[in-house]
Design a protein around this ligand. Structure first.
Ligand SMILES: [Zn+2]
Ligand SMILES: [Zn+2]
Length: 147
């Protein structure tokens, strides 16, 4: 859960990541299919409260020998190391989980968010801030009095 691989990813794990994968050879590559299960913790887009969401999905990853210039273009295809007999799945698993985690979350659909003026959580408290209005060139006239 607190593995450095999640640092800076924008996703925090609230439960251990359960990875259940099967690998089989395909052509010159390796096809990996399986299931990723965990709970991710993200901040509500409006009030920043932490929200926990279960992620449980099937992922497909193809590891193949890629020419250098193809590496950037391919999406679901990951480079297969030219040497060695181990396959490091960390980067691919990390990327797949980030794809599964929702980009924006709300604590509830009705979340009222934070007051843009005083920062109070409007789900829990009321404030007396006047909604900020854009200045208008006519504002000066409000103070003009006619005798
Ligand atoms: Zn919220
Ligand atoms: Zn306020």
């Amino acid at each position: 859960m607190d593995d450095p691989m999640w640092e800076g990813s924008g996703v925090t794990l609230a439960a251990p990541l359960d990875v259940d994968l099967t690998a089989r050879p395909v052509g010159d590559g390796v096809f990996v299919r399986g299931r990723l299960r965990t709970t991710v913790r993200q901040a509500c887009r409006r009030c920043l409260a932490s929200v926990e969401l279960e992620v449980d999905d099937v992922v497909d990853m193809l590891f193949d020998v890629l020419a250098e210039d193809e590496k950037e273009a391919e999406g679901e295809v990951y480079p297969l190391p030219a040497r060695g007999d181990t396959l490091d799945l960390r980067d691919a698993v990390r990327e797949q989980l980030l794809l599964l985690a929702p980009e924006f979350v709300l604590c509830t659909e009705e979340c009222r968010g934070l007051c843009p003026t005083c920062g109070i959580d409007r789900n829990q408290d009321e404030c007396n801030c006047v909604p900020v209005q854009a200045e208008s060139p006519w504002d000066a006239l409000k103070n003009v009095t006619f005798d």
